[in-house]
Ligand binder design. Structure first.
Ligand code: ATP
Ligand code: MG
Length: 457
């Protein structure tokens, strides 16, 4: 990081600072009082349970070089920059970093959004670009009004490209995140019924996701999936020259189609990139990963990579943990897709697991899909229908919606479970193996099931 105290004050309050330590270079931006190291710039954020202003003294004693706070904090041994809202100030500093210090001439700033698969796409794209360029990306899933600025501020400005994921759950979120990053390339991956408590309905989701295109840097470009009519219409209205990718329409500028499964959970995809056809291998199989492949291909092509580089980048990429990651245990294949779930990703993962299992046994170990508002019951009944369509051999369900799922899947036995050991017990008596998909919303902690299965089968 090459930010001085003078830079920070100028950026946050528009004032020329000439007090003590004005030229001291700040080493890192930090918002976790337990993780402060000497030389850090600390932002006092207010969370649901804690107000970091209460820890300012400890933070200063731990060696913070400067503290950004929403009120005066007298008696501290380091300078305090007072702002109206510390979270917004963090976003402003990230934008300053993006404009003045971070994104040097020629750095391409890419923002990715969508309902399901943002982190997967961010990782696949960053790793593919990484074969040719120096790339910065968000740490893990740091994609909200705090995580995005921290990710931007941890890029050191020597990179050729930044690939950052933006996650929203409320209508105004994109108008807060978009201006922080002001991307040169915005990629909208998909839409589905998720965060409906905040976003209302699918049109609300389409409007909110597409609105990233309002926040492009001057000369910035957009890339959007054409397979969702509400989203594509919205995107074209906002940016008439938006580029499109598709998994359905082979006449799209960027097209990918899942062809077949490969060993160890990989997949082969047919790609057409601006008229040029080629085959690409991905570390994931299933029709929905064609969407991610088409988005990577489109973004890489728009950033100047050729087909050979893109194919070799995709082939060498790794999926982030808990996103459809396959592991073998005895004669079983366990698909750990436990990072999160919403109706779109749930349905697609079940379809992909069916494909992977082929004619062999398919076991589904699923948990609730959260944050669906008043439509939750109906969404779980629809999940039941998707389960029935995949004709699994066994279904285990953990959570409050087990009954709704069972109602939607007449003829399928849905066993309610509360603890990981129960699934293991039920499977232990079976001869032969098969494919087990484990998935549910983050708070269901379905990874405990995956761990128990991998350890015990
Ligand atoms: P979050 O909103 O929690 O940040 P995300 O959009 O970053 O989620 P991921 O974490 O990449 O999404 O993946 C969440 C789930 O969606 C995983 O189960 C993953 O396998 C699945 N997934 C990945 N790509 C797609 C896609 N194109 N369509 C549907 N589901 C997908
Ligand atoms: Mg994510």
């Amino acid at each position: 990081m090459k930010l001085s105290l003078r830079d920070v004050v100028l950026c946050l309050n528009g004032e020329a600072y000439s007090g003590p330590d004005a030229d001291r270079e700040l080493l890192r931006v930090c918002t976790d009082s337990r993780a402060v190291a000497p030389g850090d710039l600390f932002f006092c954020l207010r969370g649901e349970r804690f107000d970091a202003h209460d820890f300012a003294q400890t933070v200063a004693q731990a060696g913070a070089a400067c503290i950004v706070a929403a009120r005066e904090l007298p008696g501290l041994p380091c300078p305090v920059v007072v702002v109206d809202d510390t979270q917004k100030a963090l976003g402003r500093l990230a934008r300053c970093w993006r404009d003045r210090f971070g994104a040097r001439e020629g750095t391409r700033v890419v923002a990715v959004t969508g309902t399901a698969g943002k982190t997967t796409l961010k990782e696949l794209l960053a790793q593919t670009l990484g074969g040719v360029l120096r790339v910065a990306k968000n740490h893990k899933n740091f994609n909200n009004q705090i995580g995005l600025p921290l990710s931007i501020l941890s890029a050191d400005g020597t990179e050729d490209a930044w690939v950052m994921e933006l996650g929203i759950s409320q209508p105004g979120d994109m108008d807060e995140l978009g201006p922080i990053i002001a991307p040169d390339l915005a990629v909208v991956l998909n839409i589905g019924p998720a965060h409906l408590q905040g976003l209302g309905d699918l049109s609300g989701v389409a409007r909110a996701k597409a609105s990233l295109l309002r926040h492009l840097a001057p000369g910035g470009r957009g890339l959007c999936c054409m397979d969702y009519p509400e989203l594509w219409t919205e995107a074209q209205a906002l940016l008439p020259d938006v580029e499109g990718f598709s998994t359905k329409n082979s006449f799209a500028k960027y097209y990918a189609r899942f062809e077949e499964t490969l060993s160890e959970g990989g997949g082969l995809y047919e790609v057409i990139m601006d008229g040029q056809a080629f085959w690409a291998e991905l570390p994931a199989c299933g029709a929905h990963f064609a969407e991610n492949a088409a988005a990577v291909v489109g973004a890489c092509h728009m950033l100047g990579l050729d087909a050979e580089r893109i194919a070799s980048g995709l082939a060498g990429a790794n999926l982030p943990d808990q996103r459809f990651c396959c592991a073998e245990s005895g004669c079983w294949r366990v698909v750990d897709d436990t990072y999160n779930a919403n109706p779109l990703s749930m349905r697609r993962s079940i379809e992909a697991a069916r494909l992977l299992a082929g004619k062999e046994r398919l076991v589904l170990v699923l948990g609730d899909m959260k944050e669906l508002g008043p439509g939750a019951m109906e969404a779980h009944r629809e999940l039941g229908a998707a389960i029935a369509a995949a004709a699994p051999d066994s279904v285990f369900f953990q959570g409050e919606y087990a009954q709704a799922v069972a109602q939607g899947a007449p003829g399928v036995a849905v066993t309610r479970v509360d603890a990981p050991g129960q699934v293991l017990e039920a499977l232990a008596g079976l001869s032969g193996g098969g494919t087990i998909l484990v998935k549910g919303s983050r708070s269901c902690r379905m990874e405990e099931h995956a761990k128990a299965l991998l350890a015990g089968l």
